[in-house]
Design a protein. Structure first.
Length: 317
């Protein structure tokens, strides 16, 4: 019986999936004289695999955490946000509430800071990411554990802090009509304290706070009237942004934190500006092409004078 090779791979599968899906793998039946073919097959597999090294897999143990772009990625090792504390609560208990440990800590820190400085109704938290990230209905991003929707702090027209009724739209005058027909007001002071806590947090590394430009104007005007540090105001003006490719965000904050240096090494992908106050991305040393190829092939190809049965099965005569 001559040597034969059978390759079965479902449509759309990455070669790395061959090692994570037991029903989809390569069956090689080769006689001992086919060592050169084995070497070639392993090399071809390596070439195909290079295109999906950003996929968490047993073959890529270094890829984990927040992997990929906010709108095209996954999450591993996520942490679940508590459903309720005295400083915040979830809008929907069944909502996606997973994020990186740093995102969860950032929410908890900012909500606690606002409660300490300006006690009042707790922060209402919307969606984070699903447990393993990826696509979620109603969101273009929220896929890698670095995004979260945070509803705005509100007060009654006479200034009493009350729990948010949900996503209500605020106009340039800072007023919004609730589903019951009553009116509430944008709590400029508490919302500013929240933004300030995010921007000044040494561990948050805020990349964006998406918000309607007229609500940003209320916050910045309030900060200037308070005599806040000009560098702080400049940072806030940079990260506050009304997105051009989605809703105006006139009913909530959308917080996105940047990749840290460690997360970049483990698969987090940069998407957006590298603010000067954020840690610089790691710089890779120059490595010769020959060294890179040798490192990629190390352990895959048999060394001269040794036998290898990896991935092979000797066919019976």
């Amino acid at each position: 019986m001559g040597p034969s090779v059978t390759l079965r791979m479902p449509h759309g599968k990455c070669p790395l999936d061959l090692f994570t899906s037991p029903r989809s793998f390569v069956l090689l039946r080769l006689d001992p004289g086919m060592r050169s073919f084995v070497q070639l097959a392993l090399f071809v597999l390596l070439i195909f695999t290079i295109g999906c090294v950003g996929t968490p897999s047993p073959l890529t143990p270094n890829v984990h955490g927040s992997v990929g772009l906010p709108h095209f990625g996954v999450l591993t090792d996520g942490v679940q946000l508590p459903k309720r504390t005295h400083t915040f609560r979830l809008l929907r208990e069944a909502s996606a509430r997973w994020g990186t440990p740093r995102l969860i800590a950032t929410i908890e820190h900012a909500a606690a800071t606002v409660h300490r400085l300006r006690p009042g109704a707790p922060l209402l938290v919307g969606d984070l990411s699903a447990k393993h990230g990826g696509f979620r209905t109603g969101h273009k991003s929220h896929r890698t554990g670095r995004d979260v929707d945070l509803l705005l702090y509100i007060v009654t027209p006479d200034g009493r802090s009350i729990p948010s009724p949900g996503f209500v739209t605020f106009g340039p005058d800072g007023l919004a009509e609730t589903p019951t027909g009553t009116f509430v007001r944008f709590d400029t002071e508490r919302n500013w304290q929240f933004v300030k806590a995010l921007v000044t947090s040494p561990k948050a590394d805020v990349q964006w706070i998406f918000l309607a430009r007229w609500l940003e104007a209320l916050l910045i005007e309030h900060a200037r009237a308070r005599g806040e540090d000009l560098d702080l105001i400049w940072r806030a003006e940079n990260v506050l942004l009304q997105p051009a490719d989605s809703a105006a965000h006139d009913d909530h904050f959308h917080l996105r934190i940047a990749c840290t240096q460690d997360e970049l090494v483990h698969g987090c992908d940069v998407h957006g500006p590298a603010w000067p106050w954020l840690p610089s991305p790691p710089v890779l040393e120059d490595v010769a092409d020959e060294e890179l190829v040798a490192a990629l092939l190390e352990g895959l190809l048999p060394t001269p004078g040794t036998s290898s049965g990896v991935g092979s099965e000797v066919a019976s005569p």
